[in-house]
Design a protein around this ligand. Sequence first.
Ligand SMILES: NC(=O)c1ccc[n+]([C@@H]2O[C@H](COP(=O)([O-])OP(=O)(O)OC[C@H]3O[C@@H](n4cnc5c(N)ncnc54)[C@H](OP(=O)(O)O)[C@@H]3O)[C@@H](O)[C@H]2O)c1
Length: 399
Amino acid sequence: MTVLRSSFTQLARNTCNATPTKKIALNTAASLYSQRRSISAFGYTQAGALVYHSYGPPTEKLSLHHYSIPPAYGNEITVKFLASPINPADINQIEGVYPSKPELTRNLGTAEPAAVGGNEGVVEVVAVGGKVQGWKKGDWAIMRSTKFGTWRTHASATAEQLLKVPSDGSVTPIQAATISVNPCTAYRMLKDFVPLKEGEWFIQNGANSGVGRAAIQLGRIWGLKSINVVRDRPDIDELREELEGLGADLVITDKELSDKSIKSRIERITGGKGVGLALNCVGGDSATNLMRNLKHGGKIVTYGAMAKKPVTVPASLFIFKNISCHGFWVSVWSDMYPKEKEEMVNEIFELYKSGQFKDVPIEKAIWKDDSEQSELLKAIEKSQTGFGGKKQVFVFDTK
Ligand SMILES: NC(=O)c1ccc[n+]([C@@H]2O[C@H](COP(=O)([O-])OP(=O)(O)OC[C@H]3O[C@@H](n4cnc5c(N)ncnc54)[C@H](OP(=O)(O)O)[C@@H]3O)[C@@H](O)[C@H]2O)c1
């Protein structure tokens, strides 16, 4: 055993200093040795990740890969995931139809170059290398940028990739894991395009989405009024009540939005002020109908394309109403304004802590050390079902 231990201690040292190819071989050897225990006797962390090698339907392209992470060395920080949501953009990324794609590499010891799915999540620090400053075991963090690959149990990161978040129990892992994409997108779209004042109105479709729910709540907190469009469904009254509970002033269906009577209804509820901003999650007819109900000079901001149909603008809306069309992508914004992103995240955490801002409804997909690929892929499949009502989130129950 002494001989074995020393040979693996040597292996750990060798791995840290090895070239990438040699490192994979050594990692694989250590992984085989310690099987699937999370932390081996020699400081190796055993990890699992949902990886893909090529683009296409996620349930066909993703596979569960096991690998080992050598002890944190130098500037490395070993982290353990606590929760990672499955967002529509993650699905589009694996389908190959999303502009931001992580590089496919052999860094995790896969036979084919691969990337890890997922872009958002919260981690807990489990070990720090000798040169790391300002981080300690037990700290929590979210990813500063997308493309990190968050559908995995553990990872090796650097401080530059992580943004520290409260680990004192004041926010939950779900709140931290889902803060950086949806609430931040809603925040920026309400602030950056039209200087809406208290009492002024915005309209949005996909109002029951993660972004939509965040927009309703931020709007309520900032004194804005919202008209919220959702797809019709058998339990529409339940959904209407739920969104009104978050602060929605009016909840209507796509069908009601397309009805001629909506114009006078909007005129009436806004007291003739009209609506200056539209947030478009859907595209197609739904987007056109949002625009038809904007006042002169109104702006539409497109951030999603759930209907997978183009945004069509009748010429009359450009000519006679001077409507302007804009787009927003939080990934680019976050990379351009890291300091402002940090401030915004902290502001939203304060809203969570004070109970003013509620979590998006979620369904937990528990990921254990011995979870099977098929169990994990069920959550991916569920996330793609329309009218699902709840965001699928991997919640990790690993060592
Ligand atoms: N640009 C950005 O920076 C940015 C940031 C965040 C999110 N997004 C995008 O925003 C969208 C929503 O993301 P999310 O995470 O908030 O979504 P989510 O919570 O998973 O909710 C999905 C939403 O899409 C609706 N939907 C699904 N299929 C639809 C269809 N065929 N036609 C119309 N509506 C449909 C759902 O309504 P039902 O209940 O009726 O199914 C629900 O409102 C996605 O397109 C995402 O990529 C963009």
